[in-house]
Design a protein. Structure first.
Length: 278
């Protein structure tokens, strides 16, 4: 069974023009073209389109999406990762909907607003217990205070910087460059600079100049960075930011090389922590 381009555009909530563009750039080829020139799409093409739309929803550009699709040929495995992320988003949005609904009802009815329920689903504290158990209350408290002290614009800029790093890592990994290449090492340098701005991590104990090289605080920054790379690979919540386990492996290898060559080892090694990875 297959569907016409008009059918797919309607079902997927897109346009025929968009689908033709995807065909032109090789992102989504129709399964066949009729004698009248119309494009038709089979089940495999629909699966491909679903993956494209999911990746677009993550904010990835078309060139990056193309490389991700070429790299992750197992559609079922890739979609499983997407499904886990969607479930997390579903839970977060459901809590937001419930809290906003309660606020509207209280405002309209003149009732009392329950402050403890108003911001359910809006905060970043869902990993509080996990962070405190692994690395201590002080580590979480510093990161939490830093985040709450930022303005909306500052938070948006930080999220954009994080997203850009993820896109650049995915692009580099799918381009097939070596982890020790100049391009990969430059992204690693930027990644370390990004980490230095997150309080509560060993990386925040360096000079604060964003160079990620010399340290004045405690903690083995080299061990922290290499351990963080291993976490990216081992934990699917972080690996998804880099296109999956294979992409996270590329990030790990590049960070390990950069750390060995640029980060001064210090005493009192601390465990890896990343308050801003997910």
């Amino acid at each position: 069974m297959d569907w016409s381009i008009q059918d797919i555009a309607r079902i997927a909530g897109t346009t025929s023009r968009t689908l033709r563009h995807y065909d032109d750039i090789g992102l989504l080829k129709p399964s066949r073209t009729g004698h009248n020139g119309y494009r038709y799409y089979n089940q495999a093409a629909l699966v491909q389109l679903q993956r494209i739309l999911l990746l677009r929803g993550l904010g990835l550009g078309l060139p990056v999406i193309s490389r991700v699709l070429e790299d992750e040929t197992d559609a079922a495995q890739a979609l499983t990762g997407h499904l886990e992320w969607l479930k997390q988003e579903q839970d977060r949005l459901a809590r937001q909907i419930a809290s906003v609904t309660q606020t509207i009802e209280a405002v309209k009815g003149g009732g009392e607003i329950m402050a403890e329920d108003m911001f359910n689903g809006f905060d970043h504290t869902q990993y509080k217990g996990e962070v405190e158990e692994r690395w201590g209350k002080d580590a979480y408290a510093k990161g939490d205070s830093w985040w709450r002290g930022m303005s909306a614009d500052e938070k948006a800029a930080w999220k954009q910087r994080s997203q850009q790093l993820g896109e650049d890592w995915i692009a580099a990994a799918t381009a097939g460059i070596a982890p020790d290449s100049a391009e990969a090492q430059d992204i690693a340098r930027r990644h370390i600079e990004w980490l230095t701005g997150i309080p509560g991590t060993p990386a925040s104990d360096v000079t604060g100049k964003g160079d990620g090289k010399s340290g004045t605080g405690k903690g083995d920054v080299q061990a922290y960075v290499t351990g963080l790379g291993e976490m990216y690979v081992a934990d699917a919540r972080f690996a998804k930011n880099y296109g999956g386990a294979e992409g996270a492996g590329f990030v790990r290898d590049a960070l390990k090389i950069y750390a060995a060559e640029n980060l001064a080892r210090q005493e009192e090694a601390g465990p890896p922590i990343d308050l801003g990875g997910d």
